[in-house]
Design a protein around this ligand. Structure first.
Ligand code: HEM
Length: 419
């Protein structure tokens, strides 16, 4: 009896070991090879790679496409607001700007990356949100090397979500390749960059992780800047009027009727709006601190740091430093940016909302175009104020956002108010 038990335990252990080996081989060897092979058949070859996204002209085309998509999505949002007003008392409606901003920027980024709206992109977004929660919890974990590789419940959850995101993005890229469509979206740019002789090829993994990065970095950032911008306009109504006046003045076509979707050239003329957004980013910096690791033994401000030291750059504190920005550093004053970012403070690196240097944010223009386009269109159509239900509680959940959203009361502008 005992001998049978021993044989059974051994057999079970052998089966389990074989199963584990086959799973590991599948994940580590066979699957990546199959995947790379599949991409190679499409003419996409592997590493190494530098981050190259086609030519500058192509990047510009992508921004033009982004602006058009933002215009369309904002138009859709405007119609929804008008319907809400009609269904209500006909004068005004309560909306949560945070939710609309999230939906709008998600609609734009999925089209900027994949060229169309996809159910999978929505699911990727929802799963990305779950990962974000896990990351926030992980920040409180003990700093033990290799901790993130341990099979804890949270790590398992994160790995599962990451696998699901990867497979959905892979499916979307495959479908796109199969369709043979060559668009002005991120996938189109990467595929063209691959065909070009001048740049090194992207591997399949590079393409997937590029999509993941842009999706993660580019969605809620724009939504949050838009939300803080709208919040500040309700707190400083004189700025709402100044910006509306600028928008109505600059965004006119030959008929004297302002177009829905402004050209980039027009956006360039909206100086006050640009200054307003810079001041919003100064006071409500989305990333309240940045982290850097010293690559070698370093001396900063006469303090010696050993190689590998983690340094926290307190962006939020620096953005409100009177030494750097002057005595009115705590006050809201977009006019400080009248002579540009360099003229606003006594330090070249004072404005860190997008960080700076080679690892500064590559999505800066993208966001500014997106948020300017949306605000321009809202300012032309609506008047808005803060709902009494608003609770001012900024929360740093990887990025700084209003914890309970931004409830606004929106009202359609009368014809007389648009002049
Ligand atoms: C208001 C909006 C945004 C803000 C405030 C912002 C801010 C930042 C900051 C501070 C960094 C540097 C992070 C660090 O070094 O630790 C960064 C990096 C990055 N951002 Fe943004 N970002 C915004 C929007 C976007 C958008 C819309 C995209 C893409 C479409 C994007 C893509 C990226 C990427 C890919 C990086 C990593 C760059 C690298 O590691 O070299 N960002 N962003």
């Amino acid at each position: 009896m005992e001998a049978t038990m021993v044989v059974m335990v051994h057999a079970l252990a052998a089966i389990l070991t074989l199963w584990l080996i086959s799973r590991s081989l599948w994940h580590l060897v066979w699957r990546p090879y199959a995947f790379v092979g599949w991409f190679e058949r499409q003419g996409i070859r592997g590493p190494p790679y530098r981050f190259v996204l086609g030519s500058l002209w192509e990047m510009k085309q992508m921004l033009i496409a982004e602006r058009a998509m933002t215009g369309e999505s904002t138009q859709k949002m405007i119609v929804q607001w008008c319907n809400l007003i009609e269904k209500g008392d006909g004068h005004q409606a309560k909306i949560d700007m945070g939710c609309y901003a999230e939906e709008l920027t998600l609609g734009v980024i999925e089209r900027v990356i994949f060229g169309a709206h996809y159910k999978e992109a929505r699911e990727v977004f929802a799963e990305g949100k779950e990962i974000k929660k896990l990351v926030v919890h992980a920040l409180a974990d003990p700093r033990i090397p290799g901790f993130r590789y341990l099979p804890t419940r949270r790590n398992f959850q994160a790995w599962k979500l990451d696998r699901s995101i990867t497979s959905k993005i892979t499916r979307l890229i495959k479908e796109r390749l199969a369709s043979g469509v060559d668009g002005d979206d991120l996938i189109g740019l990467m595929l063209r960059a691959n065909k070009s002789e001048e740049v090194e090829s992207l591997s399949s993994d590079d393409m997937i992780s590029e999509c993941k990065t842009i999706f993660a970095a580019g969605q809620d950032t724009g939504a949050t800047l838009l939300t803080w911008g709208m919040f500040l306009l309700t707190i400083y109504p004189e700025w709402k009027e100044r910006l509306r006046e600028e928008v109505l003045r600059e965004c006119r076509d030959d008929d004297g009727e302002a177009p829905y979707i402004n050209s980039i050239k027009v956006l360039g003329k909206l100086k006050l709006l640009n200054m307003f957004l810079l001041e919003t980013l100064r006071l409500y910096s989305l990333l309240p601190f940045l982290l850097r690791k010293t690559a070698s033994d370093t001396t900063l401000a006469n303090i010696k740091f050993r190689k590998g030291t983690m340094i926290t750059i307190p962006v939020m504190t620096l953005h409100r430093s009177k030494e750097i920005w002057g005595l009115d550093a705590d006050e809201f004053n977009p006019m400080r940016f009248e002579k540009g970012v360099l003229g606003a403070a006594n330090n070249t690196y004072a404005m860190l909302a997008f960080s700076c240097g080679p690892r500064g944010c590559p999505g800066r223009n993208y966001t500014m175009i997106e948020v300017q386009t949306v605000m321009t269109m809202i300012l032309r159509r609506f008047s808005f104020s803060l709902s009494s239900q608003y609770v001012h509680m900024p929360r740093n959940f990887i990025s700084l956002a209003p914890r309970y959203g931004l409830p606004l009361i929106v009202r359609k502008l009368m014809d007389g108010e648009k002049k």
